[in-house]
Design a protein around this ligand. Structure first.
Ligand SMILES: Nc1ncnc2c1ncn2[C@@H]1O[C@H](COP(=O)(O)OP(=O)(O)OP(=O)(O)O)[C@@H](O)[C@H]1O
Ligand SMILES: [Mg+2]
Length: 333
């Protein structure tokens, strides 16, 4: 481990390290000096959100660096091994049986999401987008293949264990918001914490921060039917983020909104990725929405057929490139 270049880790890191936080296999206690000089900075730009490995009594666990106050550069310096993968689908298939008919909704899908990415899933209607998103989030089980979420192979877990992974590691955002109509905005945001048995007093500051993040501090006591569609979706985003999930899964989050409210939602998602280091997978049929993502994957007939990285497309041409691929996929039908 690098040391001695003079930068003290923040208090929060020292606190996390105070037990025994093993970083790249090296046990450290108390505060740690890390170098943030030129050595790794040049190579650090790609290491935005790597994980530290922290052994616990129940086995190896992981900590996201920003959650313990590490900057990407400090993290890059501390970690020798980076496990950037948050979510992985290997040869995933899904069939639905409808009487004598079998619908092949997904066919041998390989898909991987790294920490800090914003990925859009596009494809013609019926191509399997929602099915894939539901399997990725443990809302439904695959017929074949494996999904690994937050280092857990979902096919090996029983229903209760999948529920726990889903509750603690995944935030969901749906097209029609799915807020509880009898609860206020604030209560809807707090709901995942309540369900998980967390102490609400300790969480109040977090809920206040999220209300501010989504611009609804002055609407905290409003019930869903007292909010506009865009405001309801912003409550849903805050609810999705409140557990600090490993991944946020969104199915057509702007599909029910006018263009102005939709833009606000997309900017919020982009912000939560860039500034708060969340990882987002978003299903959309809208090229404009997909243009906010770092990467777009395209499904057709249950197969992942194309992939487009924003960085590979010339400035300003992202939406056109996405529309071109969608045009090809739809004209082939
Ligand atoms: N519960 C189900 N039972 C039977 N077939 C299903 C079920 N859910 C989805 N399907 C079928 O699986 C295929 C993929 O559906 P899915 O909802 O994933 O598509 P999608 O890409 O999200 O479409 P859209 O853009 O219209 O939302 C479709 O042929 C659909 O009819
Ligand atoms: Mg769908």
């Amino acid at each position: 481990m690098a040391s001695g270049m003079g930068t003290k880790l923040p208090e929060s890191v020292a606190a996390a390290a105070a037990g025994t936080l093993a970083i790249s296999g090296v046990a450290v206690t108390g505060s740690v000096d890390v170098g943030v000089g030129g050595v790794v900075v040049a190579g650090a730009s790609f290491v935005n959100h790597c994980r530290l490995t922290k052994p616990t009594s129940s086995g190896t666990n992981t900590v996201r660096p920003h959650s313990i106050g590490l900057t990407p550069v400090e993290c890059a310096f501390l970690c020798e091994e980076h496990d950037m993968t948050v979510l992985q689908a290997d040869q995933v298939t899904k069939q639905y049986r409808m009487g004598d008919v079998t619908v092949h909704a997904l066919d041998s899908v390989d898909f991987r999401v790294e920490s800090g990415e914003f990925v859009a899933i596009m494809g013609p209607s019926g191509s399997g987008k929602s099915t894939l998103l539901h399997l990725l989030g443990g809302l439904d089980s695959a017929s074949g293949g494996e999904i690994t979420l937050a280092e857990k192979q979902l096919s090996r877990l029983d229903d209760n264990a999948v529920t726990l992974v889903r509750r603690r590691k995944v935030g969901f955002i749906f097209q029609f918001y799915n807020l509880v109509p009898t609860l206020t905005a604030e209560e809807n945001i707090a709901l995942p914490l309540l369900i998980d048995g967390r102490d609400m007093k300790q969480s109040q500051a977090k809920i206040d921060d999220l209300l501010a993040l989504v611009g609804l501090s002055d609407r905290r006591s409003h019930k869903p039917d007292q909010l506009s569609g865009g405001q309801q979706q912003r409550v849903a985003i805050a609810r999705a983020l409140v557990t600090d999930p490993d991944i946020v899964l969104a199915d057509e989050p702007t599909g029910n909104l006018d263009s102005k409210s939709g833009k606000a939602i997309l900017e919020l998602l982009r912000h939560s990725c860039d500034e708060l280091h969340h990882t987002i997978v978003m299903v959309t049929h809208d090229a404009y929405a997909a243009s906010y993502a770092d990467r777009v994957v395209f499904l057709k007939d249950g197969r992942l057929v194309r992939q487009l990285h924003r960085s590979e497309v010339k400035d300003g041409a992202v939406m056109q490139a996405i529309m071109n691929v969608m045009g090809h996929l739809e004209s082939d039908e």
